[in-house]
Design a protein. Structure first.
Length: 217
């Protein structure tokens, strides 16, 4: 059920967020455009389109049955995902620079871009060395950052609902909080999942009646 929720929300948000950047009309952008920067809309489009594609591909890369039965498809989709994230990351650096959302949001997006690229490189290098388990861990971290595009919008909706009860809340405050929460929250969830999964696998490898080794005098 969690995987279904992940996949449906990723596809749904991508279907909602990407089309405004396929029209070529800056007026359709869901993000405020700097009128003094002609390429602002272009950087958002170059970020949104491949980023949306990566968002859709990601959940299916974690399906064990698909990975085992169709390894070639998994590898091809993985390459498309990595190229999409690379393009979206570079574009996001420019988009963040031109952002009208304030310094705190720019810093958050810069850190997101750096972590996004770092985890992608680590995931690629680990699979090239044949370290499948480590590759999976790094790609879980990477997709958690990709999925920030979904949770950002969820937090924005919650913030706008809260604003109805607290009119003094400004949209800029809501957006800043949502941006940081989407990054930090996703990172924490990913690390919890990785730790839980690693602990569970260690438990499966250890027989229940295995002797316990104690050190000390």
């Amino acid at each position: 059920m969690l995987w279904v929720l992940l996949a449906v929300s990723a596809v749904g948000i991508a279907a909602y967020a990407v089309p405004p950047y396929l029209t070529g009309n800056p007026a359709d952008s869901s993000v405020p455009i700097d009128p003094d920067v002609a390429v602002h809309y272009l950087t958002l489009a170059v970020h949104a389109v491949p980023g949306g594609l990566a968002m859709i591909i990601g959940p299916f890369q974690f399906v064990n049955r698909l990975r085992v039965r169709r390894p070639r498809l998994h590898r091809i989709a993985g390459r498309v995902y990595m190229v999409s994230v690379l393009i979206a990351t570079v574009a996001s650096l420019f988009a963040a620079t031109f952002s009208l959302s304030g310094f705190a949001v720019r810093v958050g997006f810069y850190l997101l871009a750096a972590a996004w690229l770092y985890t992608l490189v680590k995931g690629y290098r680990s699979i090239r060395r044949g370290e499948v388990g480590l590759h999976r861990i790094w790609m879980i971290r990477n997709y958690a950052l990709t999925f920030a595009g979904v949770t950002l919008r969820v937090y924005l909706i919650l913030g706008l609902l809260l604003k109805q009860s607290v009119p003094s809340l400004a949209f800029d405050e809501i957006y800043t909080a949502a941006a940081w929460a989407s990054i930090l929250g996703n990172v924490l969830v990913a690390e919890y999942f990785i730790l839980h999964r690693t602990t569970a696998r260690r438990g499966e490898r250890t027989p229940q009646n295995a002797p316990v080794l104690r050190s000390g005098r």
